[in-house]
Design a protein around this ligand. Structure first.
Ligand code: BMA
Length: 380
């Protein structure tokens, strides 16, 4: 049961700020990949898509139940964007870093695409130099680049990513368009590719090398590339400069993303809530403006709405997304995963949870699209 509006979006490509001319960085992108970017561009300023990480895989109180979704349990519809993570594909593992089998992930990607939603993949890549996790704090990048001590190992890692991505096909054997979001949150110092551990030039070189490898050497043409710095590593008084730290260039990025957990009432942030909200709005405004200046799309590629807020969805997140003309151009918002048995770490509510009614109100807002209200994002 849900009280959601059934009104579909009324956007057409001709109404888009880009008049339907927006093109992927890959001149050889598949027709469906080009269509996805164009159709997303046509929704800009009119709607925001709701996304959830690992939505089909498990929820706070279940795992491996085909067709189940915490989001669906609460609002009766699936997300418009599905995120999954490739971490551990680079070491040739059968399961990702959260224990999900890559065969299952491939199936969920097909399922999400078959429903007409957007699929985005992040990559918590291990540090192939030390064998440590993505959270290894070492200057790893120079060892991976051409001429580096682990160039060969890194080529193998990239090839394993490419092998997985090239196996993602739909029911007609066409490649599924994927928003690939590697090396996320690089403005923070917690991943081996992060700021403070490497030079900015090396981060840019890593990004470009990765895109070139997938596109030119491996011939993958079903990818849109999303760049996603984390707000925590960006000075709120110098948002644009901080955002662009490590930006690999307009030829290497399709979507300007932002990850933000720190401006949403986390216990670790001592600033009054309204101040935090203002920073969230400013960060989204900056992201969308920088995207527009470059003819790119913008998205809130990860967000952590705090469960302790009274109305985290309508009163906080949606208010920020609808705050002004710029924030309204943020194309999607993706909530992170709901680990089984850990309700305190869930980023979307359970039926009956204190914030479930607010989540349903968020879903019912005509500005917000879930799967059932999407136009055909892949129509040629
Ligand atoms: C992080 C946490 C980790 C998880 C990783 C990849 O943000 O949720 O527990 O392993 O994402 O999903």
């Amino acid at each position: 049961m849900n009280g959601r509006s059934r009104q579909g979006p009324h956007a057409g490509a001709a109404d888009s700020a880009y008049c339907g001319r927006m093109l992927p960085i890959d001149p050889d992108a598949t027709a469906e990949t080009r269509a996805l970017l164009r159709h997303l561009g046509a929704l800009e300023g009119r709607h925001v898509l709701f996304g959830h990480q690992d939505d089909f895989a498990y929820g706070t109180q279940w795992s491996a139940e085909p067709g189940r979704s915490d989001v669906h349990d609460v609002v009766g519809v699936y997300p418009a964007v599905f995120g999954f993570d490739l971490g551990h594909i680079e070491i040739g593992a059968d399961r990702n870093l959260d224990g999900l089998s890559f065969d299952d992930i491939r199936g969920w990607i097909r399922q999400a695409h078959g429903l007409g939603s957007v699929v985005t993949l992040s990559w918590h890549a291990d540090d192939v130099v030390s064998g440590g996790s993505a959270w290894t704090k070492a200057e790893t990048i120079p060892h991976l680049l051409p001429g580096g001590s682990h160039e060969q190992e890194f080529t193998t890692a990239l090839d394993r990513v490419a092998d997985f991505l090239s196996g993602l096909t739909d029911a007609n054997d066409r490649p599924v368009p994927i928003v690939f979001r590697p090396y996320h949150e690089h403005t923070g110092g917690w991943f081996w590719w992060g700021k403070g551990l490497n030079t900015e030039a090396d981060f840019i070189a890593l990004w470009r090398h990765t895109v070139d490898h997938l596109r030119l050497r491996r011939g993958l043409h079903n990818l849109l590339y999303a760049y996603s710095p984390d707000r925590r590593g960006i000075d709120p008084d110098a948002l644009a400069d901080g955002y662009l730290y490590g930006y690999p260039g307009d030829e290497y990025v399709d979507i300007l993303g932002l990850d933000d957990y720190c401006d949403l009432g986390q216990p670790g942030n001592p600033a009054p809530l309204e101040e935090q909200h203002a920073v969230l709005v400013a960060a989204l405004t900056t992201t969308a403006r920088l995207a527009r200046e470059r003819g790119k799309l913008a998205a809130l590629t990860e967000v952590g709405t705090e469960r302790t807020l009274p109305d985290p969805w309508t009163g906080y997140l949606l208010r920020a997304l609808m705050a002004n003309e710029d924030t309204r151009r943020i194309l999607w918002t993706l909530s992170w995963r709901n680990p089984t048995g850990e309700p305190e770490r869930a980023y979307t509510p359970q039926p009956g949870a204190p914030t479930a009614a607010d989540f349903a109100a968020f879903a019912a807002n005509p500005f917000v699209l879930f799967n059932d209200e999407l136009p055909d994002l892949y129509a040629l």
